[in-house]
Write a protein that binds this ligand. Structure first.
Ligand code: ARG
Length: 590
């Protein structure tokens, strides 16, 4: 369905044009004074300058041209030349019924199956997932779902950190622990075992130990570097260990992301980019873009319009090793070959801003990505504790994602028990998981991504205020009215439709619902999930005041009652479509 603002603007445009004014002036916006009107057109003010007339005269002329119109119940020109509008309740009710009949609730698909790559998650293999990776997963999943909802073919790639020094560290620590393993016997020529020489819990202990050691033990660090180098150059025993690390770690990562309801189309990593790197380096040299600087190979990325010079992008270190930027470029080559995306979206901590700026520029300079393909980096802020410092465990360590989820589920459970609405303890535990995930994701997504935010379990799990649980609570409330209605003995027998709003609260609810397609489209265009959060918070608030005003179940006019049930069902459907895009679902009760 067309957006309601566009429908109004179309009427305004034809009236402007019919009066001899350029229709470009006839923009329509939501009113910022809902007490005076619902929408407004300020075009007469802008046109006044061009046509050397008084704005109010232009506004009045336009009004006259529009005359009586089925779309509006009120249309006024007010000084100095605003045109204030209110929608006809019948027109708005028709729009609501149109939304309800439409499977996509009136959303127009702007995408037509074009591929967009979303690079998010970014976990590092063998290192436990920590809260730093949480934001990327939560934001990325939501952006991906938004794009799918709008008709794009969204490809989420976890882009694992699976090729760095951590691998050498693990190999050497493993050697210290289990020197008898065949991988360390240079004379061994047989097959390598299919079974991993460690479990996930051992692996989780191996990496931090090794990492700690490398900070105090120079010789150990050098061994790890050598092992990494050997691995990267295809030394078979280490490749065999690497495969075990990958398998054990991946199973664990999949489980963790699954618990967050985060799913990837591609489980690729930095290692997959390696085959492209020699060709890439050669190509950058052939094109005259890469040159030697202090032993390293670099590409200049500063452009004439930059106010500050950007450091060149290093594609090969003086010791010959490839870098993070090199593997990102290799990955781009692979993605262009296999996926041909029309857009790239990367989601990481904002401290990686410069890295992505450099990578994007090299990719475009070298012609790997076409000049008009948008490459977007969403750099998010830090998740802080209540003390305003990066979130830590009580003993100051890095908080593991699993612990964090367990904590938030526990807090949600306490709130559910307190509200005493669910029957069994088992059900309360199940519901707590659903509510906990909503609390966690909404707590994150409701902030503008680039901003730091405070992780406040108590606030995030509250059933009141701008929180995930409040939104769920609103949906649950609607579900409960619906099932009570379904159980009524006498109901309207005809085909129920949404009737014109009878009260201001009801109309406010409809006007809010009518924004849905616009909000969904612009939130994706701006890669801004927080706008969807803001929308469903507003929608929940207007719904709750409508509900407070209206005795739906006690209504005696059956047709009216059935119409309200339709309206609240539409409200539920819109809320559920939005939370699905944000990456969580509502329980039946809470
Ligand atoms: N593994 C990286 C990290 O933990 C994030 C990867 C992000 N994606 C990318 N294409 N560089 O910082």
């Amino acid at each position: 369905m067309k957006k309601i603002l566009d429908l109004i603007a179309a009427e305004m445009k034809s009236a402007f044009a019919a009066c001899g004014y350029d229709e470009a002036y006839a923009k329509v916006v939501l009113s910022n004074r809902p007490d005076l009107c619902e929408y407004q057109c300020n075009g007469a003010m802008a046109a006044a300058k061009a046509y050397k007339k008084k704005p109010i005269d232009i506004a009045n002329e336009v009004l006259e041209k529009i005359g009586e119109h089925e779309m509006f119940s009120e249309i006024n020109a007010v000084m100095p030349g605003f045109i204030n509008l209110r929608l006809n309740p019948q027109y708005l009710a028709d729009y609501m019924n149109g939304m309800q009949k439409d499977e996509k609730l009136g959303l127009e698909e702007v995408g037509h199956g074009e591929t967009i790559v979303v690079d998010y998650g970014g976990a590092n293999v063998a290192k436990p997932l920590h809260v730093g990776h949480l934001r990327s997963a939560v934001i990325g999943e939501s952006i991906k779902r938004m794009g799918n909802n709008l008709g794009y073919n969204m490809i989420g790639d976890v882009h694992l950190g699976d090729w760095g020094l951590q691998m050498g560290l693990i190999i050497e620590e493993l050697r210290d622990r289990k020197p008898e393993l065949v991988y360390f016997d240079e004379s061994y020529t047989g097959e390598y075992p299919a079974e991993a020489p460690f479990t996930i819990s051992e692996l989780e202990d191996i990496y931090p130990t090794a990492s700690g050691k490398s900070k105090v033990d120079e010789a150990f660090k050098e061994r790890a570097q050598t092992a990494t180098f050997k691995l990267q150059n295809g030394y078979a025993p280490f490749t065999a260990i690497w495969k075990h690390i990958m398998a054990v770690s991946l199973a664990d990562l999949k489980r963790n992301y699954g618990n967050l309801d985060v799913h990837f189309e591609l489980w690729k990593g930095e290692s997959d980019a390696q085959p492209y790197i020699p060709g890439l380096i050669q190509d950058l040299q052939d094109k005259g873009l890469a040159y030697e600087s202090q032993g390293a190979l670099v590409v200049d990325v500063t452009e004439p319009t930059d106010t500050k010079e950007l450091p060149p992008c290093i594609v090969r270190k003086s010791d010959g090793a490839a870098l993070y930027a090199t593997s990102d470029l290799g990955t781009i080559i692979e993605r262009e070959r296999d996926l041909k995306p029309v857009k790239y979206i990367y989601i990481t901590d904002k401290r990686q801003e410069l890295h992505f700026k450099q990578v994007f520029r090299v990719a475009k300079k070298a012609g790997y990505v076409s000049e008009d393909t948008p490459m977007i980096h969403i750099g998010f802020g830090t998740m802080n504790g209540k003390d305003g410092k990066p979130f830590k465990t009580r003993d100051g360590g890095v908080m593991r994602l699993e612990t964090l989820i367990a904590d938030i589920d526990e807090a949600a459970y306490a709130k559910i028990v307190e509200a005493e609405r669910t029957s069994s303890d088992e059900e309360a535990r199940e519901t707590a998981k659903v509510v906990g995930l909503a609390a966690l994701k909404y707590g994150d997504l409701s902030n503008q991504a680039a901003k730091d935010y405070i992780f406040d379990i108590d606030r995030f799990t509250s059933f009141e205020g701008n929180t995930g649980p409040y939104i769920l609570y609103t949906i649950v409330r609607i579900k409960s009215i619906m099932s009570k209605y379904a159980a009524l003995e006498s109901k309207y027998e005809g085909a129920p439709v949404i009737l014109p709003a009878a009260t201001a609260a009801e109309k406010a609810l409809m006007l809010e619902l009518a924004k849905y397609n616009d909000v969904m489209e612009s939130s994706f265009a701006e890669t801004a999930p927080h706008k969807i959060c803001q929308y469903i918070y507003d929608l929940s608030n207007v719904f709750n005041s409508f509900y407070h005003d209206t005795r739906i179940l006690a209504e005696e006019n059956r047709e009216q009652q059935a119409g309200w049930i339709q309206l609240i069902t539409l409200t539920k459907d819109v809320l559920e479509a939005c939370i699905h895009v944000l990456g969580f679902e509502a329980p039946d009760r809470m």
